[in-house]
Design a protein around this ligand. Structure first.
Ligand code: PA5
Ligand code: MN
Length: 188
């Protein structure tokens, strides 16, 4: 094991890049069904299959005492009134919590408690941390005008469970209303 490479990684919060990390790109075409305004989604996709977000992940070691982390970057943009967002997920190992740290831009995290269905909107901005408890679906949303970048740190065994959200989505949506991020019921 290359100790230095595993223990020291530099990232660029402006560009949303991290040296040596595995990068996943999500484009509009990867997000069919995630935005509430389907007509606006199809119209935007017909124009261009724009990049919506990237996640650069680092998995230094496996095991129950270990941590993984990722640098996320969400581009600024909207589909209709809804801001660019991540798919959102539960952790496959439901009790696993996660710590998000805002690096650049202005955003929010939409949290949804699995047992109660209760939603919370939490700011994600530079020099701040958001604690995502276990058993909570989480989605990150760029409500600003520049790329939103953040770090997420989670137990190595957390895993990502996208299934439930892909099927039924979050109960709430975050829309620009009079230019401000506003939490609304999802109306289909
Ligand atoms: O692990 C996390 O919670 C983050 O790094 C997310 O993976 C990242 O925000 C992208 O979101 P999603 O995994 O829902 O596509
Ligand atoms: Mn997560």
């Amino acid at each position: 094991m290359d100790l230095l490479a595993d223990q020291f990684i530099q990232f660029n919060p402006q560009r949303g890049t991290m040296e040596g990390a595995k990068v996943v790109e999500r484009r509009l075409s990867d997000l069919r069904g995630y935005f509430v305004d389907e007509a606006a989604y199809e119209a935007a996709l017909a124009q261009e299959d724009s990049l919506v977000y990237t996640v650069s992940s680092v998995m230094p070691a496996e095991g129950e005492s270990q941590l993984h982390y990722g640098l996320g970057m969400i581009m600024p943009g909207r589909i209709g009134a809804e801001y660019y967002l991540t798919k959102g997920h539960f952790h496959a190992w439901r009790p696993a919590a996660e710590l998000y740290i805002g690096l650049r831009g202005e955003g929010v995290m939409l949290l949804e408690d699995e047992a109660t269905g209760e939603s919370k909107l939490v700011p994600l901005i530079p020099n701040s941390a958001v604690y995502v408890p276990g058993f909570t679906a989480h989605r990150t949303i760029n409500t600003g005008k520049v790329p939103l970048t953040y770090l997420g740190v989670y137990p190595a065994q957390a895993g990502h469970d996208y299934g439930l959200i892909a099927e039924r989505n979050f109960r709430k949506v975050v829309l620009a209303v009079d230019g401000k991020p506003t939490l609304r019921d999802r109306v289909l």
